[in-house]
Design a protein around this ligand. Structure first.
Ligand code: NDP
Length: 249
């Protein structure tokens, strides 16, 4: 790598986010982990735990579902650390319910946190990337944005929309050294999937050709590859990391 790049990972202290922070640091980047504002103590405990493991991560707080808050967070990150070269949009939530029982609050919380968030962060770093002639934006979607999932109309819609955003922005930035890609994980062992009833998770696992869930590190590998300076000719792609659960031509 020609110079030390700076990466900001939203949901950086989450299950997949933590693995992404570690993988990017292992590849030589300076890493800023963005956490959700009310979780200060948890985030600081996570930072201390990472330090024990040999990782020095900067922390910034913000609510990615809120444009102003996301902007403050990005300004703080750039003031304290430097211009963001790599943005990984990893923050996300689920509020699963069948459509007939889904409340407006459950619908909009997921759309705001999983889809509006990507506008809120990317829109506020993209000009800097274009001016500097370099950038990597990586959006974490989901296999359920590709195939839909019973009980996840809100999540499937947000995650499908995310890749539409990726493809549009990839075209807007392609001439300026900026790539924009999506990684779509299958079922990964984190707190998010711990919320699924074990018998349901077991029945889902039986449908995965590899008959196992993925590890956060397996997502982080794909993100680090896309984040690499040398991965310069891949843009607008949707990389599936799902054990074969969904395949598309
Ligand atoms: P986690 O719940 O472990 O991590 C989610 C992270 O997002 C947490 O750090 C959480 O912070 C943060 N977050 C939530 N809401 C906000 C907000 N409003 N502002 C800022 N940060 C917020 O889940 P995973 O690591 O499993 O998920 C990471 C990403 O991967 C998500 O986008 C998810 O949809 C996606 N994904 C996960 C899959 C899986 O099987 N686990 C499969 C496919 C995709 P806090 O904990 O403080 O609330």
């Amino acid at each position: 790598m020609s110079e030390q790049k700076i990466a900001l990972v939203t949901g950086g202290n989450g299950g997949i986010g933590s693995a992404i922070c570690q993988e990017l640091a292992d590849s030589g980047m300076t890493v800023i982990a963005a956490y959700y504002t009310p979780e200060k103590e948890t985030a600081e405990a996570w930072q201390a735990e990472m330090k024990q493991a040999g990782y020095e991560f900067h922390l910034v707080a913000g609510d990615v579902a809120d444009y102003e808050s996301a902007g403050q967070m990005i300004k703080q990150a750039e003031a304290e650390v430097g211009p963001i070269d790599v943005l990984v949009n990893c923050a996300g939530i689920t509020r699963d319910k069948m459509l007939k029982r889904m409340t407006e609050e459950q619908w909009s919380a997921v759309i705001r946190t999983n889809l509006d968030s990507v506008f809120n962060t990317t829109q506020q770093v993209i000009n800097g990337m274009l001016e500097r002639g370099y950038g990597r934006v990586i959006n974490i979607s989901s296999v359920n944005g590709q195939k839909g999932q019973f009980g996840q109309a809100n999540y499937s819609a947000a995650k499908a929309g995310l890749h539409g955003f990726t493809m549009a922005i990839a075209q807007e930035t392609a001439l300026k050294g900026v790539t924009v890609n999506t990684v779509s994980p299958g079922y990964i062992a984190t707190d998010m999937t711990k919320a699924i009833a074990p018998e349901i998770l077991d029945s889902i696992t039986q449908t995965i050709p590899m008959r196992r869930m993925g590890e956060p590190e397996e997502i982080a590998q794909a993100v680090a590859w896309l984040a690499d300076e040398k991965t310069a000719y891949v843009t607008g792609a949707n990389i599936p990391v799902n054990g074969g659960l969904f395949m598309a031509a």
